[in-house]
Design a binder for this molecule. Structure first.
Ligand SMILES: [Zn+2]
Length: 272
């Protein structure tokens, strides 16, 4: 079947890229064109996801300037060591501002071993506590850290239900089930389209309709058939949408309706 992006522009489907690092230096200078290309293939809204305090501030500025953009503010697990002593207080302040729709990205990363896990866990728990206060969902990064993340989430769930999404999901079926049991959404990135991701597509086929999301995680993880072409950008979420629709045996229109509706529910986005 064709994954040519030009063949996907005929209809009027609406997609939401729920995870885009638009403040990244590989996308930011070209942002006008990036947003034009997204609009051209039906990507109607995007969540610009912060990784540090300064990066979160840029995401918020972008969201103020562009009606189709919203911001997530937080400190990425890989940047916890670099965070200044007052950075978290300022993230807390940002979290109350209009157009901030989520916290993160947060989570745990056991792949890169340069940030102590205890410090990552401390910041992850701060995001979860702030989520309980603000009602904003958390965007959770997981890399070779599934069991550790489940432990933190299970502890948090004893205090109150956890609201959020496992972004760019790459775990196994048991982990997906555990996340669903906790009430989380599961979001799939371009990784879903990779030829070797057979198991991931099988998992994606089984996620309930009301818990599934799509994203690019741009500038990373360009999907097939343009895998490896850097930077990735929101327009390319169309390829992941098509792949997910194929995996689930539904039309891309149906898949778009489901994932767009879910994104609007989780992040409380207005319809455009
Ligand atoms: Zn990310």
């Amino acid at each position: 079947m064709s994954h040519d992006i030009n063949s996907l522009t005929q209809d009027s489907i609406q997609l939401i890229d729920t995870h885009a690092h638009l403040a990244d230096e590989s996308l930011f200078p070209d942002l006008y064109d990036v947003l034009q290309r997204a609009a051209g293939v039906g990507v109607v809204q995007m969540v610009a996801v912060g990784t540090t305090l300064s990066n979160s501030r840029i995401c918020l500025e972008l969201a103020k300037r562009h009606p189709q953009l919203y911001a997530s503010v937080g400190i990425h697990p890989n940047y916890c060591t670099a965070a200044g002593p007052t950075d978290w207080e300022q993230i807390v302040e940002l979290s109350t501002l209009p157009r901030v729709v989520a916290l993160g990205e947060t989570g745990l990363d056991c792949y890169w071993q340069d940030v102590p896990l205890d410090l990552q866990r401390d910041y992850f728990e701060r995001h979860l506590a702030l989520s309980r206060v603000t009602g904003l969902p958390v965007i959770i990064h997981m890399r070779e850290s599934g069991p550790q993340i489940l432990q933190v989430l299970a502890d948090a769930a004893r205090i109150a239900p956890v609201k959020g999404v496992m972004h760019s999901f790459s775990g196994d079926r048991a982990l997906a089930d555990a996340c669903l049991d906790l009430g989380l959404y599961i979001s799939f990135s371009g990784m879903l389209t990779f030829k070797k991701s057979v198991g991931l597509r099988e998992i994606a086929a089984c996620i309930p309709d009301d818990r599934i999301l799509i994203e690019t995680d741009c500038p990373y993880l360009s999907p097939e058939p343009i895998r490896g072409k850097h930077p990735n950008e929101p327009a390319r979420v169309r390829h992941t949408a098509q792949c997910l629709a194929d995996a689930r045996g539904v039309s891309v229109d149906t898949l778009a309706q489901i994932t767009t509706s879910n994104a609007r529910t989780l992040f409380q986005l207005k319809e455009t």
